[in-house]
Design a protein around this ligand. Structure first.
Ligand SMILES: [Zn+2]
Length: 487
């Protein structure tokens, strides 16, 4: 797409569920609703029954403070919650308890920024604010939303704490938007306030406009990839309309996975009739409270990149890759610090094994590292066995799956007695190499099939006698037959 950076204007509103809170925002119902029967984690408060009174969850203020500090926002020392009025089944009381930064109201925190890297140049994405609000109930449709004959409502989600991060309209491409979301996700992971890999923890509203024209809002996009696709579609659509001389409507649209479709003309703020929530006292956040949280705030991803480079002499590229998942970075540091003999070479080797082979295996098998039996000592053991020449890198790679089950390379070598390589795939790999490297012997085989012995010998040589000769012969015959060298 040929967007010049200046003509596309994107702003994002990112709703994140604070999934690591045990209870909801204004009641003590459990927020662990994902595996629960519908409508079992409810009480008069989160059902919005008349006369029920909300009480603020103190921990949610602490979590919001952590995020605000991590994003460099300015926390407001005193604020009220506001009622955002609208009438819909997902909120039976007729309003959502949220925050409002007008009419005397304040957000939880103002400003802030997230630094992103696009094509190796850095850009600061400025934030407008972050604020707290309650999640409405979850609506369940049979099949698709458009054809379902009914709607079911699950109030387990009603009242779950949401934190909304609002950017300034400063993003200028779908790729920038995606990178911003990646960085935000990382920061959230490092603060420990939520696990964004859980279904439904993240929803994005995107405001998109072409400079000089009204904006459209695409609501409720639920993955980063989808955000990028929806933005690409919407930018193309708006540019097309403008080219045809049509006027862009200020409206709310829905992303159905392929296209955006109009939902309704956008509500204006006055439609929500915001007013202060009188059932909750104003929240006062003391400086001592903020300082205490600051003291315990974990190291953030950008700080960690710098430290990893310095402490383990890693390249910027390696350090940036490692921190992309906090648990992987933790695993790395646990490992390399276990062996006092490790120096720069081992730091790098360990990083390579972890990032290339272990993470590759995790992605392929759709697992997280703590769902396997891999221990940092397994990688240390692997590196040391390669160094001593007990095993080749090539073979070690084929044993990653066993390692993930908690088997060390040393144990595997011991169990196999003379380290006999009998895995057919490995022998096949070596056999193919030998065939490639020995065109003259292959020619000999055409005339005299007994020349195959020379090839088997080469495989034995390559594996230092570890390959099983019977299996090697069988594989070599199959390979040569497939090449029509022998009958
Ligand atoms: Zn409740």
């Amino acid at each position: 797409m040929s967007d010049t950076p200046q003509d596309v204007i994107i702003g994002l509103e990112v709703h994140i569920q604070l999934a690591n809170l045990k209870t909801k925002l204004f009641c003590s119902c459990s927020s662990d609703y994902r595996s629960a029967e519908p409508n079992t984690h409810v009480c008069p408060i989160c059902l919005g029954l008349p006369g029920s009174l909300p009480v603020i969850n103190k921990k949610s203020i602490e979590f919001a403070t952590r995020l605000a500090l991590a994003l460099n926002c300015k926390i407001n020392p005193k604020f009220w919650f506001f009622r955002k009025n609208y009438f819909y089944v997902d909120l039976p009381k007729g309003y959502q308890i949220s925050q409002y930064n007008k009419a005397g109201g304040k957000a939880f925190a103002d400003g802030g920024k997230v630094t992103i890297k696009i094509n190796s140049s850095k850009k600061e994405i400025l934030l407008n604010r972050i604020h707290l609000e309650e999640d409405p109930a979850r609506l369940v449709h049979k099949g698709s939303i458009r054809t379902s004959p009914y709607t079911l409502v699950d109030y387990n989600r009603s009242g779950i704490t949401l934190i909304e991060t609002v950017t300034e309209p400063v993003l200028s491409s779908p790729a920038e938007a995606r990178e911003f979301l990646n960085q935000l996700k990382l920061i959230v992971q490092y603060t420990g306030i939520s696990d964004l890999s859980l279904e439904g923890t993240l929803r994005v509203d995107a405001n998109i406009s072409i400079k000089g024209h009204p904006r459209a809002e695409v609501k409720n996009i639920t993955s980063f990839k989808e955000v990028e696709s929806a933005l690409i579609y919407e930018i193309t659509r708006q540019k097309h309309e403008i080219k045809k001389g049509k006027e862009i409507m200020q409206e709310t649209r829905h992303w159905d996975g392929r296209v955006t479709i109009p939902l309704r003309t956008k509500e204006f703020e006055k439609d929500y009739r915001y007013f202060p929530e009188q059932d909750l006292v104003p929240i006062v956040i003391k400086k001592e409270f903020i300082d205490e949280i600051k003291d315990y705030l974990p190291e953030m991803p950008n700080e960690r990149v710098l430290r990893l480079q310095k402490q383990y002499m890693l390249s910027e590229f390696d350090a940036e890759n490692l921190i992309l998942d906090k648990y992987i970075a933790d695993f790395y540091e646990n490992g390399v610090n276990k062996d006092p003999t490790f120096g720069p070479d081992e730091y790098k080797l360990y990083c390579n094994w972890l990032m290339n082979n272990i993470v590759g295996w995790l992605n392929e098998n759709n697992k997280k590292i703590d769902e396997t039996k891999l221990k940092p000592s397994h990688i240390i053991d692997l590196i040391s066995n390669i160094k001593k020449g007990n095993i080749t890198t090539k073979i070690a790679k084929t044993l990653i799956g066993d390692m993930m089950k908690g088997n060390s390379i040393s144990k595997m070598i011991k169990d196999k007695g003379k380290k006999r390589i009998s895995e057919e795939t490995i022998i096949e790999e070596y056999s193919r190499e030998v065939i490639d490297e020995n065109p003259r012997i292959i020619e000999d085989c055409r005339k005299n099939p007994k020349a195959i012995e020379a090839l088997i010998g080469r495989v034995m040589g390559k594996t230092k006698g570890q390959a099983d000769p019977k299996i090697t012969r069988k594989i070599m015959i199959i390979l040569l037959r497939n090449m029509r060298i022998i009958d």
